[in-house]
Design a protein around this ligand. Structure first.
Ligand code: FES
Length: 88
């Protein structure tokens, strides 16, 4: 179980086998999402610290440049350590 620190003033737990959107929804934490399938880009967040695995997503939802900048799709991201993220 890892801790997701959001916007420097909120945090919630996320299991290794859950996406950040899934765990946030289960714990009534607010994170942006819409399709939950990696297709819309609505769940974008910037990872400031920590490691993660991201499943396949639509290139139209997240560009290669954004990936290089540490932007992820929370609906496709599985934590591999505690994370610090910035999102709406
Ligand atoms: S909610 Fe649509 S890409 Fe994540």
């Amino acid at each position: 179980m890892f801790r997701i620190n959001k916007n420097q003033n909120q945090s919630f737990l996320c299991a290794e086998h859950q996406t950040i959107v899934e765990s946030a929804r289960l714990q009534m934490e607010k994170v942006p999402y819409a399709c939950t399938r990696g297709g819309c880009g609505y769940c974008k967040a910037k990872v400031l610290d920590g490691s993660y695995h991201m499943e396949r997503y639509a290139k139209s939802a997240l560009s290669d440049g954004e990936v290089l900048d540490g932007i992820v799709l929370l609906c496709k991201t599985y934590p591999r350590s505690d994370l610090k993220i910035i999102c709406e």
